[in-house]
Write a protein that binds this ligand. Structure first.
Ligand SMILES: [Mg+2]
Length: 342
């Protein structure tokens, strides 16, 4: 008799989440949203709380041969704050859990926490607890963030409507290009330790990879301008993949335009230098932690002149599909490759 064995890679990350979610039962009416958005949403009287958690493993999510521990600490907080932002909520508290092998000294832990504390100050959150334990395989860090908003301010992935305008903040593809540069310089160093890594000219893209920023500034500005997006996500797995999530949750289609996609000059030039297609980096690069959101057309005039919000397309009917209109004017089916760890 042989036992059935299915490889996790056969499901992929999102397939695995769906598979586990099938067996989860929601028991409390205060659980407004469980699995399936950037953060869970919990009713707590006048306000709602949002809760999100991320697990970062050495060797999978970061490489300490080029990522300084202080940056790893900052990033571990920023990626969670980004998911709170993606719900249109304000982060208030975090818990931090770490597992360490005996390779790490107290000084190393201090460096990690210097980054955690810098991020806590930057995003105005309190570190309220966590756990520490031993690890047999390097550093593991898990952060949980708790945020707050009024119930009517919360933005889900599921609210996009036909004719809404699709917006992205900042620029895209930089974190992936930065990772490729860091990996290339690591290989150069491994084959010849006397070679000094050439990183000065790649500062923007390597910073996008090593020390990303959550776009809380945009969340505060949207409040000042009295704009509540109809749907929102942060871009952690690549623009195309995130658009697919919004389409699935909102039962809509999308059309985006290649000439509207925001890309930084250094990202573009470095992608070309590395032999990568810049648009592929924008569509499928991960870890930019910019915001993707949709707005009602009536709100367009409030954001029209914002220097860091780009209007990349519109929401269509589900049966109209998902398309990228290229610079030459042809409509190509959008594919979601995403950023896969499995
Ligand atoms: Mg997210």
């Amino acid at each position: 008799m042989s036992e059935k064995r299915t490889e996790i890679s056969a499901l992929g990350e999102f397939g695995l989440i769906d598979h586990l979610n099938e067996k989860i039962v929601i028991r409390h009416s205060s659980t407004l949203k469980g699995i399936g958005d950037d953060a869970a949403v919990i009713d707590s009287g006048e306000h709602v709380k949002v809760v999100t958690t991320d697990l970062l493993l050495e060797g999978v999510h970061f490489d300490l041969s080029y990522a300084p521990l202080t940056h790893v600490g900052f990033k571990a907080v920023a990626v969670n704050v980004s998911d709170v932002a993606a719900m249109n909520a304000i982060p208030k508290q975090i818990t931090v859990s770490i597992a360490l092998s005996n390779r790490f000294s107290v000084e190393a832990v201090d460096a990690l926490y210097a980054g955690i504390n810098a991020a806590a100050e930057h995003y105005s959150v309190d570190v309220i607890g966590g756990d520490t334990t031993a690890s047999r395989s390097g550093l593991v860090i898990s952060v949980t963030a708790i945020g707050e908003a009024k119930k009517e301010q919360i933005v889900y992935r599921s609210g996009a409507k036909v004719n809404d305008i699709i917006c992205v903040t900042g620029d895209l593809g930089g974190a992936l290009v930065g990772l490729q540069v860091l990996e290339r310089e690591k290989q150069v160093f491994l084959s010849n330790p006397d070679m000094k890594p050439e990183l000065e000219k790649y500062q923007i893209v390597t910073a996008r990879q090593l020390r990303p920023e959550a776009r809380m500034d945009i969340i505060h500005e949207l409040r000042e301008l009295e704009v509540i997006p109809t749907s929102m996500m942060d871009i952690s797995d690549g623009l195309a993949s995130e658009l697919f999530h919004i389409c699935k949750a909102s039962n809509v289609g999308v059309t985006i335009y290649e000439d509207k996609l925001p890309i930084d000059k250094q990202t573009f030039d470095t992608a070309v230098e590395l032999g990568l297609d810049p648009i592929t980096c924008v569509l499928n690069g991960g870890e930019d932690y910019e915001l993707l959101f949709t707005i009602d057309q009536k709100d367009f005039h409030k954001l029209e002149k914002h220097p860091d919000i780009h209007f990349i397309g519109h929401v269509s009917k589900e049966e109209d599909g998902k398309y990228l209109v290229t610079k030459s004017g042809t409509a190509a089916q959008l594919k979601a490759q995403g950023w896969k760890h499995f």
